[in-house]
Design a protein around this ligand. Structure first.
Ligand SMILES: [Zn+2]
Length: 355
């Protein structure tokens, strides 16, 4: 047992590498043997298995490792842990978590590997003396670091890449940082980070989630009074919203009925990859992940698609602060509203924002 404590949001692979570099002696198989009681193990970037062996290390329980240092909570919340099979596989290593979490079924070809923000990595190295991989960067589909607005680097895993090799060094790691100017991509990344933080300790209730989706679709005028979805209008709206967005996918993402139907239709039992929920939620809840929990989200303050316009104090106030050319951070502090919300209001009102 050792007391090398993981950093907040550190991935398990990252912690194992640090353990290997600081606490272990000799070959990698010694580290694997010491930690997982086996000479070889593949550590998936966000759904690793055999976590039960880590109980006690760093002073943490196996449950804490699972919730705080893997993406188990994300898959659990969106229904991929039926009968706790995923939990069991991740703790005891009795199968493949990626298959148990239905990932191949989603047919989303995200690039496989550990995602790293070069600036987060170097800042962390400067502060602590060692690099770290952040579990939040591993959320499937993310391409941007919301802290630095730069492109994530993918360090391939598998046989030729980082896999059983315990190192932070990789040929794909370059010193060049690509800045992402597309604000919506950064906002989407922030939304995914916030969503993960929000649902970490929440149990899965797909029926309730489905109710929230339909409630908001109704509120925004995408459903008829009799509860029919206006699918063609909906597909057009969401496709237009995402038309400039770049996703980490080998082919373009289709926003048609095949994507939306299983997410929002009544009585569908299809499991949907968390990425699809994120795509729907980011648009539907207007960048506010509290919508997944049915809590207040900013768009409720805005006039609905076909509802009468109701003036709102909060909105009026922000618009007047914007017109007084206060900075985003000043308005954020004064109103408690997120920058996403303020920026969106400014865009809707055609006001050029101050930074
Ligand atoms: Zn970063």
């Amino acid at each position: 047992m050792n007391y090398l404590v993981p950093y907040a949001n550190e991935s398990i692979f990252s912690w194992v590498v640090r353990y290997h570099l600081t606490c272990s002696v000799g070959h990698e198989k010694n580290t694997y043997q010491a930690l997982f009681q086996q000479p070889k193990i593949r550590l998936h970037p966000y759904l690793p298995h055999s976590i039960g062996y880590l109980a006690g290390h760093g002073g943490l329980t196996a449950q804490h490792w699972l919730i705080q240092h893997t993406l188990y909570p994300l898959f659990q919340f969106f229904g991929h842990d039926a009968e706790q099979k995923l939990l069991s596989v991740m703790l005891h290593g009795t199968g493949n978590p990626v298959i148990t979490a239905n990932i191949p079924h989603a047919r989303l070809n995200f690039s496989a590997g550990h995602r790293v923000c070069p600036l987060c990595l170097s800042e962390h190295r400067q502060i602590t003396g060692t690099p770290m991989f952040d579990i939040r960067h591993q959320i499937p589909g993310l391409v941007v670091c919301p802290l630095h607005h730069c492109l994530l680097v993918v360090l391939a895993n598998g046989d030729a890449g980082l896999d059983r090799r315990l190192t932070f060094h990789h040929a794909s790691m370059t010193s060049h940082v690509y800045r992402v100017e597309h604000q919506m991509s950064t906002d989407f990344a922030q939304f995914c980070w916030d969503a993960l933080a929000l649902i970490k300790d929440k149990s899965c209730d797909l029926t309730l989630l489905h109710t929230h989706y339909r409630h908001q679709l109704m509120h925004r005028g995408f459903m008829t009074r009799s509860g029919q979805i206006r699918m063609a209008i909906l597909v057009r709206a969401i496709s237009e919203y995402y038309q400039d967005m770049v996703f980490d996918l080998e082919r373009s993402f289709e926003f048609g009925e095949r994507f939306l139907g299983p997410l929002i239709r009544d009585k569908t039992q299809t499991l949907n990859h968390p990425f699809k929920h994120m795509i729907l939620g980011f648009w539907l809840f207007d960048n506010d992940p509290r919508g997944f929990l049915g809590q207040e989200s900013p768009f409720q303050m805005m006039p609905a698609f076909n509802a009468p316009v109701v003036a709102n104090d909060d909105r009026e106030r922000i618009l007047s602060l914007l017109s007084e050319e206060l900075s985003m951070s000043q308005i954020e502090t004064m109103t408690g509203r997120s920058r996403c919300y303020i920026r969106r209001l400014a865009e809707l009102a055609g006001i050029k924002q101050c930074q």
